[in-house]
Design a protein around this ligand. Structure first.
Ligand code: SAH
Ligand code: AVI
Length: 321
């Protein structure tokens, strides 16, 4: 068996994950309406619940994107030369990446980058066994705060891989900022393969974020459990319920945690009051048309090149150069 690759941390200016949590919670719960950033969903339990979500019958994005990637993988990997880097932003379980690695593991250096150390460690353990010839360099970092990559990649051609429509969890304005920064980090010779969920019948969307088994509800509520554990919170998760709705004007699914009765809780040593019916807005998941996303990518300094979709036009995979 091969040794596990060491997890690399970028310098403090590039990433500040744990220190941010308390500040973000104080800031978000002090607002009206209250909010919490969705990147904190992914502690060990949250990452594992997300994996369960991807298997749910109602959650079409994962299996649809996998189908698209299987169909277009040979076209994507044709662009790789020996020594090129495949850098995945928010790599999670790295399951979809195997579709590409099956074809290029002997040629590329794979750099999974994620805020979740647990997800990175699990994925790296599986990949070293599966691909004995693959060089893996995992990085614990917040992709929204990336300034530079490790010096050793300075002269490499880098393909960024950003599947799963994680870009949809940012507002369109933030998405433009992130894609412009990816442009800088990947350089002019870089390209980006990015998965984007498409606009569709709202009832299909609402089912995907409000599954019958209640896994998405547990994923949402786990944020309160995490605040209790890591920030001395006093939330009663049973006093909050999961709510998912489609906001047609903004073109996004919204997830909320709603309480039906008044609550006074402590988090980070500070008091927060909830009126009956008040909610915490925990996530947005924006949906785009192919045209809207290509325009957004171009406004971030990329050229929108090839695009692949499934037959029902549920999901899209874009190549930006
Ligand atoms: N790319 C995988 C996983 C998607 S789940 C797939 O398509 O299946 C989203 C992943 O992004 C989680 O593993 C989460 O920890 C990570 N993530 C979310 N926000 C992040 C951020 N700001 N920086 C780095 N990783 C982030
Ligand atoms: C990771 N991200 C793209 C998922 C989504 O669909 O917005 C997170 C998720 N939230 C609820 N279900 C899945």
């Amino acid at each position: 068996m091969r040794h596990m690759p060491t997890l690399e941390r970028l310098p403090a200016s590039d990433t500040a994950i744990s220190d941010d949590f308390g500040l973000s919670v104080i800031e978000g719960l002090s607002r009206t309406p209250k909010t919490l950033p969705c990147r904190y969903f992914y502690d060990a339990r949250g990452s594992s619940l997300f994996e369960e979500i991807t298997q749910l019958p109602e959650y079409y994005p994962t299996r649809t994107e996998i189908g698209i990637l299987e169909a277009c993988a040979s076209e994507i990997v044709a662009g790789f030369s020996t020594g090129d880097v495949l850098l995945e932003f928010g790599s999670g379980s790295s399951i979809k990446t195997e579709i590409l690695l099956d074809r290029v593991a002997d040629r590329v250096v794979y750099v999974p980058l994620d805020v979740s150390e647990a997800a990175l460690a699990d994925a790296a353990a599986r990949l070293v066994d599966r691909y004995p010839a693959l060089e893996i360099r995992p990085i614990v970092a917040d992709f929204s705060k990336l300034v530079t990559l490790p010096e050793e990649f300075a002269n490499s051609r880098i393909t960024g891989f950003f599947p799963g429509s994680t870009i949809g969890n940012l507002s369109p304005k933030e998405a433009v900022g992130l894609l412009s920064n990816f442009r800088k980090v990947l350089g002019q010779s870089g390209r980006l393969i990015i998965g984007v969920d498409l606009k569709k019948d709202p009832s299909v969307l609402i089912r995907a974020y409000n599954d019958a088994a209640g896994v998405t509800a547990d994923f949402n509520l786990n944020l309160l459990v995490r605040i209790n554990r890591e920030l001395g919170g006093t939330f009663d998760p049973e006093a909050f319920r999961h709510k998912a709705l489609y906001n047609p004007r903004a073109g996004r699914i919204e997830m909320h945690l709603v309480t039906d009765c008044a609550q006074d809780i402590i988090a980070c040593g500070r008091p927060f009051h909830f009126a009956p019916g008040e909610s915490i807005h925990t996530e947005n998941s924006y949906k785009y048309t192919v045209r809207e996303f290509r325009d957004l990518a171009e406004s971030a300094g990329w050229k929108a090149n090839r695009v692949w979709t499934d037959a029902e036009k549920q999901f899209s995979v874009h190549e930006l150069i």
